[in-house]
Design a binder for this molecule. Sequence first.
Ligand SMILES: NC(=O)C1=CN([C@@H]2O[C@H](COP(=O)(O)OP(=O)(O)OC[C@H]3O[C@@H](n4cnc5c(N)ncnc54)[C@H](OP(=O)(O)O)[C@@H]3O)[C@@H](O)[C@H]2O)[C@@H](O)CC1
Ligand SMILES: Nc1ncnc2c1ncn2[C@@H]1O[C@H](COP(=O)(O)OP(=O)(O)O)[C@@H](O)[C@H]1O
Ligand SMILES: [K+]
Length: 539
Amino acid sequence: MNELLTPAEMSRADRLTIDAGTPGIRLMERAGRAVADATAFRHVLGTRVLVLCGPGNNGGDGFVAARILAERGYAVRLALLGDRSRLSGDAALAAAAWRGATEPLDGDGVVPMLAQAGVVVDALFGAGLARTLEGEARRVVEAVDRSGRPVVAVDLPSGIDGRTGAVCGAALHAQTTVTFFRRKPGHLLMPGRAHCGTVITADIGIPDWTLREIGPALRQNCPALWLDRLPAPRLGDHKYSRGHALVLSGPALRTGAARLSAEAALRAGAGLVTLVAPEAAAAIAATHLTAVMIEAFADAAGFAALLADPRRNAVVLGPAAGVGEGTRALVAAALAGRAGLVLDADALTSFADAPETLFDRVRGRPAPVILTPHEGEFARLFPDLAERAVGDRPKTERAVAAARRSGAIVVLKGTDTVVAAPDGRAAINDNAPPDLATAGSGDVLAGIAGGLLARGLPGYEAAAAAVWLHGECGRRAGPGLIAEDLAAELKPVLADLYRRAALPPAEPPPVAIRQEGPTLPPRRLLVGSQDEDEPGGTD
Ligand SMILES: NC(=O)C1=CN([C@@H]2O[C@H](COP(=O)(O)OP(=O)(O)OC[C@H]3O[C@@H](n4cnc5c(N)ncnc54)[C@H](OP(=O)(O)O)[C@@H]3O)[C@@H](O)[C@H]2O)[C@@H](O)CC1
Ligand SMILES: Nc1ncnc2c1ncn2[C@@H]1O[C@H](COP(=O)(O)OP(=O)(O)O)[C@@H](O)[C@H]1O
Ligand SMILES: [K+]
């Protein structure tokens, strides 16, 4: 269930299913029924429902939902953007089965309709949104948003680009979004994610084999991607078999960032962690660290000598390391060695003037390199791929392009952190709370990634697991968290993961929407992971 389908890939899944014998109208019936279920789940009988339909199949789903809700006894009012005679295909069939009135829809007329509505079903535009909203379509979307009425969005909140998560001129904010078969990148990428509310993924009868044909590259970051590479400690393990991570400290007054990384690497399960520091910094760090060991070095040659022991299999370099030639030399020394490498913060910024000199050393290196830039650092290394430079190119594509260019695993951080590999794999993370936007939180992430490299995880899996674990730690630590709180949360988070890994494989997910028969009670739907209070929890 963690595959993400672009609208083009979804339309291919649709086409493959239809070609294999399921009529399109049946898919639309199930989609509309899922929307009706989700609406009825949150809004009791007696709520006035306003269904706003657009000119395509998204509108067709709206006609079906309207019919089913009316059959269930809801007072339903339906308005259509554009001319009914221009509806075609399945949408025309769905409209023909709607027995109520079809009112015209425009920016002025919708205002009194909204005043009477208890809930709005947004079936204006979904996967087929093709350009910036303008004219009446835009005025309607803006009026609905201004009204503050709860919105159940069909597939996507109208105005959100399903491929990129971008707002195309204007976009609704939904309380619930019901999508079909698999989520779309726009449900996870910002700002789309902030418009979706709770995302429900309904099974409408598209078979999983279509995914094999399509081969989607994008995933939601979740344990299924990497849990098999993260075994619980085993009988017979000893600390050296669990790997040894080195974390580079900054100078005397800047040791905190590396200490955060080092403790996180140890909590993530590296058998040993050594903080390596210039003399004066080592003395200061020594007053703060216990299980983390400390070694001092004088210069890049001394640092390289510390890496010579092949058991030292992971290095974290960058947090508060300082920007300039000194850090560049340390990065070069680390890249010349055989350890897996996490380059963060100053280790990235130090190459802003000549990123190719970094990438030249990364490409073809046998051990993995993980780069963990936030958007600012990313723009320094990949100016042509920066958010501001690329218009509507989504974060996923920018991260994959950067991974291909650099030869590294790229973790492009933010609310919607993307992990990308040079081979084109990419995962979008959605479990991180905004509380993580606090000083030092990125240092903890770099440390977790380094700890997982030390444990032997491959680069992509280490990076994706680190991002997810970091998000879970943030959720557990909760509001008011500071970076110091995060690493300790790895204990319960890992305990839970190991328990999960030891369980027998899960039952296949329940069929979401019953296809025929009476339409009354809401049925089980498949719900996004963050939404335990939705109908997925009932049956
Ligand atoms: N795929 C599946 O498996 C299933 C898909 N299903 C449903 O179908 C939906 C996709 O349907 P879709 O392809 O007809 O696209 P949709 O979102 O209705 O929009 C197209 C219409 O909008 C118009 N239009 C576009 N942009 C515009 C703008 N800015 N401003 C104004 N107009 C604009 C565009 O006009 P045109 O570009 O042709 O001028 C066209 O008329 C999908 O989201 C899901 O809900 C389900 O039924 C179950 C199975
Ligand atoms: N609004 C947010 N929601 C979720 N995670 C966030 C948010 N803002 C930042 N983060 C996460 O917090 C971390 C911040 O890292 P970074 O910007 O390097 O900060 P620092 O350098 O202070 O450690 C990253 O992992 C980022 O993904
Ligand atoms: K919609």
